[in-house]
Design a protein around this ligand. Sequence first.
Ligand SMILES: [Fe+2]
Length: 390
Amino acid sequence: MQTTTHIDLKSAFTQVRAATEKICKPLEIEDYVVQPISDVSPPKWHLGHTTWFFETFLLIPHVAGYEPYDHEFNFVFNSYYESIGSRVIRTDRGNLSRPTVNSIYKYRKYVDVVMSHFLERSDLTQEVIDLVILGLNHEQQHQELLFTDIKYILGHNPLFPEYRKDIDYSIPSKKTENFILVIPEGNYEVGYNGNSFSWDNELGRHKIYLNSYAICSNLVSNAEYLEFILNGGYQDFRYWHAEGWDWVKKNHILAPLYWHTINGQWHNFTFRGMLPIDPDEPVCHVSYFEAYAYANWKGMRLPTEFEWEVAAADFNWGHRWEWTASAYVPYPGYRQAPGALGEYNGKFMVNQQVLRGASEVTSINHSRITYRNFFQTNVRWQFAGIRLAK
Ligand SMILES: [Fe+2]
C-alpha cells in the first residue's frame, strides 16, 4: 500500500470520525435499527463496525494493556473477516436491537479517546500509520454506505420521510449536447502509481492496448432514460442479458429504483422526500443489467474500465458511479496482503462489475481516476448511472 506520512493523522482521524456522526444526525432513533434488505445495513451497525475496525486492527495489537470496550462486539461488528472469528450473519444485522444506539455512540467515544492519545505518540511505525490511513479510508467508504442505506431505509418506509430538507444532491446538469470524445487507438497505461493512499486493487500499473473508441462527455439523463421506458425497454427481451431479463421479469422491474408513478407522473424518492423526476439530472439507481440494456437499445455500449480511465481527464465525472463493461478481476501482479486485511478486496473478485468515478455522496478526498468500485450486476441502491461509449 502507498501512504504518505505528511498529514496530521490525529486531525484527519477526528475529522473523519465526526463526518460519520454528522451523516446520522438527522436520523430518529428508530431509523438506526432497521435492515430492509440484506445489502442495506442498519446505520447503527455502520457506526459500530467502523469503530471495531480501529479497535481490532490498531488498538488491540498495538496499544499495550488496551481493554476492549465490550468483548461481544467482535461478534456483532465483524463484517466479513474469516480470520477474525465468527460473526453475526449479514442478514441478521437488523435483529440487533441491542447493543443500543446509545451504547454504540459510547463505544465510538471510548475508542476515539484511546485513538487520539495513540496518534499523539511520536514512535508510530510506518505499518501503524498505514493502518490508520486504511481505517480512515474504510470509514469513508462506510460514510457513502450510510447515505445509500439511509436512503433505502427512508425510501422504503411507506411514508417516504425526508432525510434533510436543506440537502440538495440533485445535479443541475448542463443542457449541452452529448459531445463524444474520440480516443485514438494505441497503448495506454492504467492503474495507480502515485504516492498517496490507494486500495491494493488499483496497484500494478500496466500497459493496455485500446482500439479507437468514442465516449460521451455527459451521463445519460433522466429524460433520455425515460425514452427507454416509454419505448418499451423493460418489455423487450432483445436488449437484455438472459440473466438481466430473468431479473426484470422475476422482480417486475419497470423503472430505476425509487421511481414511482403518482397520478400518471413519474416521481422519485430523494433525500428531500418524493419529488417529480428532474429530466436534466443524470439517471441514478440503475443496475448493471439496466445500464447494459439501455446502451444496447441506444445502439451503443458501456465503456470498459480502461476506456473510462484513459478518457476520464477529459470529461466531468464524480456525480454517479458509472457501470463499466469490465468484470472485477485482479490487475497483473496483484498480490493479496497477508493476514485479515488481505480479505479486503481480493476475495470479492468474482461475479461483480467494476464501477468507475464517484458519486455525489462519496466522501471528499475519497475519489480518484484509478479507483475501482465493484458491485453485483443486479444491485441498484448505490448512486450508479450510465455513460455511453461506442
Ligand atoms: Fe467495512
